[in-house]
Design a protein around this ligand. Structure first.
Ligand code: C5P
Length: 216
């Protein structure tokens, strides 16, 4: 299909980790470079989409033509996503921290509690599941699933549990984290497609083509 095939389509993407502060110098986070999400944002912008990239803390350049909104925590990411609605497509690539701590306003000193401090953790909202039941649910809702084992089985269960349309399952048992290549399975209502390992940019390009096929 033609180069501006996504012109006029609004697409929201989350990428990178979230950081959940413990005190001014410490945080809880999941491992994520943001590379795959950024590559997807760039590929969609090249097809003319209006792309809003809600990004956790990463050290990557903003892809050309992409509107980037920087956030730190899961709560900030959720609020930023909701502010971008309505959108035609949402792709949630971010590795959102499952829990947040009650952050201390000052640095916790080693030994001040007579041992390691207790982190009083609260579960973060699931942004993907929240979008699935939202009044303004995007017509195409795509989640990611980083798995180390039973990749397809776990990802299929996640598709149902989260109520999204597609799951892109990464096998992260190798050195995908922070690397430039990815090995994915695309899980939809029609079944599973397993792609050979390829550069994250190429995964992004092919996924963008699939999105064109699905919504244009
Ligand atoms: O449950 P799990 O974290 O494995 O699900 C991964 C998918 O859900 C990813 O698409 C991720 O961006 C999204 N997610 C989210 N909010 C969370 C946790 C995960 O949007 N709090």
């Amino acid at each position: 299909k033609r180069s501006q095939s996504l012109a006029g389509k609004r697409i929201v993407i989350t990428a990178g980790p979230t950081h959940e502060p413990i005190d001014p110098v410490r945080y809880i986070a999941n491992r994520s470079s943001g590379r795959q999400g950024y590559a997807i944002a760039g590929a969609l912008a090249r097809l003319g989409a209006d792309v809003e990239l809600i990004s956790g803390p990463v050290s990557l350049e903003t892809p050309r033509g992409v509107k980037r909104i920087d956030v730190e925590t899961a709560l900030e990411m959720e609020a930023a996503v909701n502010r971008t609605l309505p959108a035609d497509v949402a792709i949630l690539v971010a590795a959102v921290a499952d829990w947040r701590a009650e952050a201390s306003p000052r640095k916790i000193k080693k030994g001040e509690t007579g041992g390691p401090p207790e982190l009083n953790l609260t579960e973060n909202p699931d942004i993907l599941a929240g979008l699935a039941t939202h009044d303004q649910r995007p017509a195409l809702l795509i989640g990611f699933a980083a798995e180390t084992d039973k990749v397809v089985g776990h990802a299929k269960a996640k598709l149902d549990r989260k109520g999204c349309d597609w799951i892109v399952a990464n096998d992260v048992s190798g050195d995908v984290m922070g690397g430039t290549e990815n090995s994915i399975h695309l899980i939809t209502a029609n079944g599973v497609e397993s792609w050979e390992q390829m550069p994250k940019r190429e995964v992004a390009r092919r996924l963008a083509e699939r999105i064109v096929d699905a919504i244009v």
